[in-house]
Design a protein around this ligand. Structure first.
Ligand code: GDP
Ligand code: GDP
Length: 436
């Protein structure tokens, strides 16, 4: 299930970035520890009442040298298209301004849930400043002080109350949701068009919310699929949609909702650092992954070229050793017929459940073949294992002391499980738990 998005909109200096930092502040440290995910001033993650969500500070997005009102309109537009909840911040010390009214009207017409935060209400004397903001017609103004942390909890309560239900996913569970991610120009939209082709039955788009606008459901050989659009593949042009930050946010949201992620590389240009960063998100999220090398038509090649490229991928994307690699051309349609069967296969592996008895046969054989090494005279004992979840497959091993399961031995057991059950294209998770 995708995380909801809260977008902060408001005039300069009302306190948007102060509030943004309050919301993401506590999570920063955790986020920074995740490889491939870097701290960001404009896009962050927050957590409130057990719900995690994305936060966008629209004020931090550079929209060029446009006049204030044009910039405000662009920000409001971004918030309206991307957010589940808009947090409209005004300045309670300065009072209501014409620009506030203008933006309020745009937001109001969007019919998106809006939370009105009146900032700089630093002490009880200023509470009376709230009243004039009722005239914006956006409901009850919530008095806050971003600088002092006052009222921020009430404001977040209001935001979370507008989030869609967590259970809600509009497709049936046999439907395979997938997305194509990759840096600009690798050929994501060309591949999407090639996949959709003329002869696919495109199930009509469900009108309504923004989310539907980025989904294309289709049907092929008895299987339902949904392509989730990333990074403005369909509608390009807005300045903010050209920023890398924006495409990263879009890609992250698409990945969260996908069963399968196609990591698209440019065969002509080769691999660059940005490709690894993008692939890192998909891996982190535990999605099934296929590596797609596009533009293979444009590569000058002999019989060794493909193997060399494949080795280079394995070298540079060590964390994706489980992902199959396909070489295609969206332009000539070469090898495009491989894609959907590959997606089916990795989706199946992603949701595969291993019988406990078979798992334990494999584990016991593996342990007999290579017993766990001892650590300062103590040896790991594995009593039994069981698969506790799918998407991705997650295994729990009950052991004498979880601390003794080291990375290299865990990797050994993972490889044994993969040798037996396949699991091509899906990450698998292993946790050790102490059995008392
Ligand atoms: P932005 O331009 O909307 O992102 O606003 P900033 O977060 O940069 O804040 C603008 C100014 O308002 C800074 O000088 C902040 O220190 C100040 N400010 C932010 N929140 C508060 C608040 O709750 N009370 C007061 N008194 N000042 C604040
Ligand atoms: P996106 O930004 O990842 O969506 O990339 P596009 O689909 O817009 O493609 C970027 C450019 O690469 C366009 O000029 C395409 O015509 C070109 N392109 C896409 N796929 C192929 C391919 O398979 N072979 C060749 N030679 N060019 C391609």
């Amino acid at each position: 299930m995708a995380q909801s998005v809260v977008a902060i909109v408001g005039r300069p200096n009302v306190g948007k970035s102060t509030i943004f930092n309050r919301i993401v502040g506590e999570r920063m440290a955790i986020v920074e520890d995740t490889p491939g995910v870097t701290r960001d001033r404009l896009f962050g993650e927050g957590e409130w009442l057990g719900r995690r969500f994305h936060v966008i500070d629209t004020g931090g997005i550079e929209i060029g040298d446009e006049p204030l009102l044009v910039q405000m309109r662009e920000q409001a537009h971004l918030a309206i298209t991307e957010a589940d909840v808009i947090l409209f911040v005004v300045d309670g010390r300065e009072g209501l301004t014409g620009a506030d009214e203008e933006v309020a009207q745009m937001l109001y017409r969007s019919k998106k849930p809006i939370v009105l935060g009146v900032n700089k209400i630093d002490n009880p004397d200023r509470i009376q400043n709230l009243y004039e903001f009722y005239s914006l017609g956006l409901g009850e103004p919530i008095g806050i002080s971003g600088a002092h942390g006052i009222g921020v909890g009430d404001m977040l309560d209001a935001c979370v109350s507008h989030f869609p239900d967590e259970e809600e996913e509009e497709y049936d569970e046999n439907t395979i949701l997938f997305s194509l991610i990759g840096r600009p120009n690798v050929g994501k939209s060309s591949l999407t068009n090639a996949i959709l082709g003329k002869d696919r039955v495109i199930v009509s788009n469900i009108p309504g919310t923004t989310r539907d606008a980025i989904d294309t459901p289709f049907h092929q050989d008895g299987q339902d699929y949904v392509i989730i659009d990333t990074a403005g593949m369909r509608k390009r042009g807005k300045v903010y949609e050209k920023t890398e930050k924006y495409s990263v946010l879009r890609a992250q949201r698409a990945i969260e909702r996908s069963d399968v992620v196609l990591v698209v590389l440019d065969g002509e240009e080769g691999i660059i650092e940005q490709d690894k960063k993008i692939a890192g998100y998909a891996h982190q999220a535990g999605r099934a992954i296929v590596i797609v090398v596009n533009k293979w038509d444009a590569v000058e090649k002999d019989e060794k070229t493909m193997d060399a490229f494949r080795r280079n991928i394995r070298e540079q994307f060590r964390f994706l050793s489980y992902a199959p690699i396909v070489f295609v051309s969206a332009k000539t349609k070469q090898k495009m017929h491989q894609l959907l069967p590959m997606i089916n296969q990795v989706a199946e592996n992603h949701s595969f459940r291993v019988q406990t008895s078979m798992l334990n046969d494999v584990l016991m054989d593996a342990i007999a073949l290579t017993p766990p090494p001892s650590d300062k005279g103590r040896r790991l004992k594995i009593y039994y294992g069981t698969q506790v979840a799918v998407k991705p497959p997650n295994f729990v091993f009950f052991v004498n002391d979880a601390e003794l399961l080291h990375f290299s031995y865990e990797r050994y057991l993972e490889n044994k499980i993969r040798e037996t059950f396949g699991f091509v294209g899906t990450p698998i998770k292993i946790n050790a738990r102490n059995k008392r």
